[in-house]
Write a protein that binds this ligand. Structure first.
Ligand code: FES
Ligand code: FES
Length: 250
């Protein structure tokens, strides 16, 4: 039976004897040898007896580009610089720490909630670079400054605590949530507000607040789950925030 028949059905990998019989190429390297090499040595293959990178294209394999310098971080705790709500702060983090955990447990910004901790509920929504972002799915190192001369500055993070003005005046979306009773237990509310406020700011910057409609609001909060079912109030609040006719009365 041709080797291809075994390979197609996977038998060659499942049966050692078959693999030994049919999976040895003219260079003397068996599929099993190949898999062992790639499994233990990363993306390195045996071709003609010499170890070469498994790059695509002959030219690339012949002249591999020099690997960029990699700075190893961790695995222990390390200091990082962050920019949160307009303030430069430092924290000591492990590389595995999420932004949500660091905000809550190190910086005391507990307005950011953790519901699912896997990017499904939106309770942890903050802004990173002005964009609504699930903090539970963001490693804190992704927003931290890289430090050193010429290093990357920290990316701006805004939490619900930083949405009001410096003088303490609530953001228009926060005011609208209060006016339209757009919360019950309140667990989802910080994330919901951050998603809505991002939409509000985007439309305001475009001069299109007046054209805000229900579909746009529902899309903006499509990643925010509310088990109390406050969605109609949230939509109503947002439409009134934008001064759009038809919103508000419920
Ligand atoms: S806690 Fe982050 S999306 Fe649910
Ligand atoms: S107000 Fe309770 S989960 Fe949304």
């Amino acid at each position: 039976m041709p080797a291809g028949a075994f390979s197609a059905c996977g038998l060659a990998l499942a049966c050692p004897m078959v693999a030994a019989m049919v999976d040895r190429d003219p260079s003397g390297v068996s599929r099993r040898d190949f898999l062992k090499q790639t499994g233990s040595g990363g993306a390195v293959g045996l071709l003609g007896g010499a170890a070469v990178p498994l790059a695509s294209g002959t030219a690339q394999a012949a002249n591999p580009a020099p690997a960029p310098a990699v700075t190893e971080l961790g695995p222990g705790v390390m200091p990082v610089s962050l920019l949160v709500n307009g303030k430069a702060v430092t924290a000591r983090v492990e590389p595995r720490d999420t932004l949500a955990v660091v905000l809550r447990e190190q910086l005391g910004l507990t307005g950011t909630k953790i519901g699912c901790d896997r990017g499904a509920c939106g309770a942890c929504t903050v802004w990173v670079d002005g964009q609504p972002t699930p903090a539970c799915m963001t490693l804190v190192l992704d927003v931290a400054g890289s430090g050193g001369k010429g290093g990357r500055p920290p990316r701006p993070v805004t939490t619900i605590e930083g949405l009001a003005s410096a003088a303490g005046k609530l953001h228009p979306v926060q005011q609208a949530f209060l006016a339209h009773d757009a919360m019950q237990c309140g667990f989802c509310t910080p994330g919901m507000v951050m998603s809505c406020a991002a939409l509000y700011e985007r439309r305001r910057a475009q001069g299109k607040l007046g054209s805000l409609d229900e579909a746009a609001v529902r899309e903006a909060i499509s990643g925010n789950l509310c088990r109390c079912g406050t969605y109609p109030h949230v939509v109503s609040a947002m439409l009134n925030t934008a001064g759009t006719p038809g919103g508000g009365s419920r």
